[in-house]
Design a protein around this ligand. Structure first.
Ligand code: BES
Ligand code: MN
Ligand code: ZN
Length: 486
């Protein structure tokens, strides 16, 4: 997709030479676009009742006297970037099938910012995505080939940067969606490892893909205990992006890469078990973030770590009550083999120590309890480090990728007591997302650490079943801020 920032023609918006002009009108404030012909059409449409200034309302005007492009009016809740993004998504829907190659977009009566430009590009990239890998017959969306954001000439440089950032984030989100959407017999640990190598070649990352032998050598007894029941070979994937001086401490992103979670011997019930192909959503978001970073090239070092395997029952699978030794040396009594995410992450978190990280953030579809607590809107954010938590919340707001901070008081840690090991892998049902985070925390003493539980936000179930690509936006903004690009 070709994104451009276009200076408003001297005669006004009507002079924009595009196939269609999407005019976003906030529901409140001045409705003026500064173009006489368009303002006249808007006033007439409002008067006749054909158009209303209410979020979600639209009106397509095939021909407006004195306006070169066909015009789509779309009302937004307000002038914010978030409302602008929603109006653009709706606008693109309304333009489907109207043969628009060059789409111009303008915001009336409210100031544009780089955040609006970013939101536009993210929305356009997202609207262009459709899943076809195992469904070639799926209807693909005919998208414009060029999208221009129309604004004052003085603003075009700023907006151009916003568009480029949004295009990179959008591509990262789509990559994350694609990996997560692919079924577990396609998106295997081996596939993810091969994709990491491919991305390494495309973006110049250093990539290491470890197999079972190498993982055994590292002493990752916890990770190995999860992979044990599966015939599908595990992978331990490391990608490094070097955008800053070699000695600069990196940000480390750790993504849960369970390519299918049956629950293991603690088998899950059949209904909706297919959705456990999305259990590598954390890993997918790490891949997507690396793609965005590879395109934006910020001045910061980033390491991505993805432990990837299946969680399957079998004759040699790990059994409830089995005790394993993690890479850290701490022993774990596995009371429930369905609490496998923390078992693969804990060894990855120990491995992360070797990079002497400035910060480590893990991302995981970790607990159903987090979905109960926060639903499908906010991701759960856990961190003992207030400054790091605040940084992630700020990134969350900038990306319009909601996250909500959850507690980590030491009182929750007691639930993990075991009579047979240093800790159990589950507590009781109460506070399940918190005890999961407390488990991880025991492996993160060497660096500032945060955990994002994305079980409720990484994918949707039901009729619109599919991956969302979250939290690529949040993570990318977090990394950019670390590079001084807040
Ligand atoms: N992958 C699941 C968590 C999950 C549940 C993600 C629902 C998305 C939607 C995880 O591995 C799991 O099974 N967690 C258990 C933990 C329990 C056994 C302590 C859970 O949430 O039930
Ligand atoms: Mn599980
Ligand atoms: Zn899982």
């Amino acid at each position: 997709m070709d994104f451009q920032a276009l200076a408003t023609p001297a005669g006004g918006l009507g002079g924009v030479a595009a196939d269609a002009l999407l005019v976003v009108l906030p529901a409140e404030g001045q409705a003026s676009t500064g173009d006489k012909a368009i303002d006249g059409a808007v006033a007439a449409a409002l008067k006749s009742g054909d158009f209303e200034r209410k979020a979600g309302r639209q009106l397509y005007l095939h021909r407006v006297e004195g306006v070169k492009a066909r015009v789509l009016l779309a009302s937004a809740k307000d002038g914010s970037a978030k409302a602008f993004r929603a109006a653009v998504v709706q606008g693109l829907g309304a333009l489907k099938g109207r043969a628009v190659r060059h789409l111009a977009v303008a915001l009336a009566g409210a100031p544009l910012s780089a955040a609006h430009a970013e939101a536009l590009a993210v929305a356009v990239e997202g609207a262009g995505y459709s899943y076809t890998h195992t469904k070639p017959s799926a209807e693909t969306v005919a998208m414009p080939t060029k999208v221009s954001l129309v604004a004052d000439k003085a603003q075009t440089a700023e907006l151009r940067a916003g568009l480029a950032q949004g295009a990179a984030i959008g591509a990262g989100v789509n990559l994350a969606r694609e990996y997560a959407n692919r079924p577990a017999n396609v998106c295997t640990p081996t596939f993810l490892g091969d994709e990491a190598k491919r991305m390494g070649r495309e973006f110049g990352f250093q990539v290491q893909v470890l197999d079972r032998k190498a993982v055994e050598k590292l002493g990752m007894g916890s990770f190995l205990s999860v992979a044990r029941g599966s015939e599908e070979p595990l992978r331990f994937i490391v990608m490094q992006y070097n955008g800053a001086a070699k000695k600069a401490a990196p940000v480390v992103l750790v993504g849960k890469g369970i390519t299918f979670d049956t629950g293991g011997i603690s088998l899950k019930p059949a209904p909706e078990m297919d959705e456990m192909k999305f259990d590598m959503g954390g890993a997918a978001s790490v891949f997507g973030t690396m793609r965005a970073i590879g395109q934006i090239k910020p001045k910061v070092n980033v390491v991505a770590i993805v432990p990837a395997c299946e969680n399957m029952p079998s004759g040699i699978a790990t059994k409830p009550g089995d005790v394993v030794t993690s890479m850290s040396g701490q022993t774990i009594e596995i009371l429930n083999t369905d609490a496998e995410g923390r078992l693969i992450l804990c060894d990855a978190l120990t491995y992360a120590e070797r990079f002497k990280p400035a910060a480590v953030v893990d991302i995981a579809t970790l607990t159903g309890a987090c979905v109960i607590a926060l639903g499908n809107h906010h991701a759960g954010l856990f961190s003992p480090d207030d400054a790091l938590a605040d940084e992630l919340l700020a990134a969350s707001r900038r990306a319009e990728d909601p996250a909500w901070r959850m507690p980590l008081d030491e009182e929750y840690d007691e639930a993990l007591k075991s009579n047979f090991a240093d800790m159990a892998n589950v507590g009781s049902r109460a506070g399940g997302s918190i005890t999961a985070a407390k488990f991880l925390q025991r492996f993160t003493k060497a660096y500032p650490w945060a955990h994002l539980d994305v079980a409720g936000v990484a994918y949707r179930g039901g009729a619109n079943k599919g991956a969302t690509g979250r939290p690529v936006g949040l993570l990318t903004h977090f990394v950019l801020a670390r590079a001084g690009r807040g």
